[in-house]
Design a protein around this ligand. Structure first.
Ligand code: SF4
Ligand code: SF4
Length: 112
């Protein structure tokens, strides 16, 4: 479990077998080191977070007023609600507590 496995939007990639097999670098890994080029990324949430030096939108003081993340987090579908729950949890409790909880998860979202 690593903070690198937390997607900028709150999706948790640390449980994914593809990442564990080393076949995917997930949302964030490689941008800070220069191995990946953020100008080639397509996700607006990720582009914004990485350019601002954040680990996720939980670090952003504009989270509640940001149309980009709020539109994403309020889409129809269970996973979007859970991504929002993850970011709100991290804002209130920090990354370490979030990562401890994800220890028991089987998917990119899970119970608290
Ligand atoms: S939707 Fe964007 S921010 Fe969320 S995990 Fe995927 S690339 Fe990262
Ligand atoms: S909340 Fe919005 S402005 Fe803040 S880092 Fe995320 S996408 Fe960017």
């Amino acid at each position: 479990m690593s903070i690198e496995d937390i997607g900028c939007c709150g999706a948790y990639c640390g449980t994914c077998p593809v990442i564990r097999a080393g076949a995917c670098r997930g949302c964030k890994t490689g941008y800070r080191s220069g191995e990946r080029d953020i100008s080639r990324a397509r996700c607006r949430i990720k582009i914004c977070c990485i350019r601002k030096g954040y680990q996720s939108c939980a670090d952003c003081t504009d989270y509640e007023s940001c149309g980009t993340i709020q539109e994403f987090h309020h889409r129809n579908g269970y996973k979007y609600k859970k991504y929002r729950e993850a970011i709100v949890f991290i804002i209130g409790n920090g990354y370490d507590r979030f990562l401890k909880i994800t220890d028991g998860w089987k998917n990119q979202v899970g119970p608290y």
